[in-house]
Design a protein around this ligand. Structure first.
Ligand code: NDP
Length: 329
């Protein structure tokens, strides 16, 4: 008998009504790929929450095993870069969207999508980082490329108590930036200070429609919220500054004017993690290994088991998750 493993399956009936079930699968049920991995840890990202709840069209192949991130060990490989026993990480590439994903004991994927688990890092810690943390690093790298160094002034992080936000706060403060953390959860002020935030401001300061140009408050920022929040962050960015935009937790629209761009030379830096080229991924993971304080990573993550995935997926879209959730398989 082939070995079986548990998997979460998202399905849709003829009326397009979505359901989520736990199935027993074998490797024969997996999709095509040249590397099979034993999934040791995964995580709940906002996108996984959208996939499981069906609140946004993340799932584009039915039925589907969701889960956009995993870390584990190669069980078999026909890919030249990978051998049995190799420790690997996967983030994105459509896994958990169009290809069976991480919420299963095994995953079969294209070996080109894998990166090595950084030296000395556990599968658990790689998933405490996950796509959210790796995206936070991509945002930091984008700001650096634009010359936003700590001496230029404060940087703002929106959605600061969320996954991307928490890692961004920890990374930026560790690099010496004065971090202004914007959160809708004032009860998390102590948590954000522990991660290194120098100031905590209320979400409402940025979420209401504002003026085309405001007082220059920061040299740059990491925005995970979008909508009026991003418009206000831009309007309050100092001359020559830059904002890395990666999220839409507050909405996909951008009710802004061109004033910050044409009167203050502000730049809006788009950040995508899903299709980011391998070279950039490897650099982001190297930088995370070098720049993220392990004590802060432990402080910002909580651990659940496979059976807690669906509940956590609902909690993240309801904005009730603090920091990062690791799923130990
Ligand atoms: P989380 O749910 O962990 O964090 C989002 C945070 O945004 C919440 O914790 C909350 O922070 C804040 N928030 C939630 N709802 C609202 C609202 N209505 N208005 C204002 N703020 C709100 O998600 P992640 O950190 O995993 O992801 C953050 C965003 O980044 C998501 O939109 C996700 O899709 C996107 N993303 C994009 C990637 C890319 O490749 N571009 C990769 C990874 C994520 P608080 O309580 O502190 O206010």
């Amino acid at each position: 008998m082939p070995e079986s493993f548990k998997a979460i399956l998202v399905s849709r009936d003829a009326d397009k009504k979505q359901s989520v079930t736990v199935e027993e699968m074998t490797e024969a049920d997996l999709m095509d790929g040249d590397v099979t991995v034993a999934v040791e840890a995964t995580t709940i990202n906002y996108k996984d929450g959208l996939a499981i709840t069906g609140k946004a069209p993340v799932v584009r192949r039915w039925p589907l095993v969701p889960g956009i991130d995993f870390a584990g060990t190669v069980l078999s490989s026909d890919h030249p870069d990978w051998r049995k026993g190799d420790r690997v990480v996967l983030n994105g590439w459509g896994v958990g969207e169009t290809h069976y994903g991480a919420f299963a004991g095994r995953a079969r994927v294209n070996g080109d999508w894998l990166v090595p688990l950084p030296e000395g890092m556990s599968a658990h810690d790689a998933m405490a980082i996950g796509t959210a943390g790796y995206t936070a690093m991509l945002c930091v790298m984008a700001l650096e490329r634009h010359g936003i160094t700590p001496d230029r002034g404060p940087v703002v992080v929106t959605g600061a108590a969320g996954g991307v936000g928490s890692v961004a706060v920890a990374l930026l403060s560790g690099l010496g930036y004065h971090v202004v953390a914007s959160t809708g959860r004032s009860a998390e002020s102590g948590y954000l200070a522990e991660l290194g935030a120098a100031e905590v401001i209320a979400r409402e300061e940025l979420s209401q429609p504002g003026k085309p140009l405001g007082k220059e408050r920061w040299a740059g920022g990491v925005d995970t919220v979008g909508s009026a929040t991003l418009a206000n962050v831009l309007s309050m960015t100092a001359y020559g500054g830059a904002v890395a935009a990666c999220g839409l937790a507050g909405g996909m629209d951008l009710p802004a004017t061109v004033a910050p761009f044409i009167l203050r030379g502000v730049s809006l830096l788009g950040v995508d993690s899903v299709m980011a080229p391998k070279k950039i991924r490897l650099e982001a993971w190297r930088r995370i290994g070098a720049d993220l304080d392990p004590a802060k990573l432990a402080a910002l993550s909580t651990t659940i088991g496979f059976d807690g995935i669906v509940e956590a997926a609902h909690a993240i879209v309801d904005g009730k998750v603090r920091g990062r959730i690791v799923v130990d398989m």
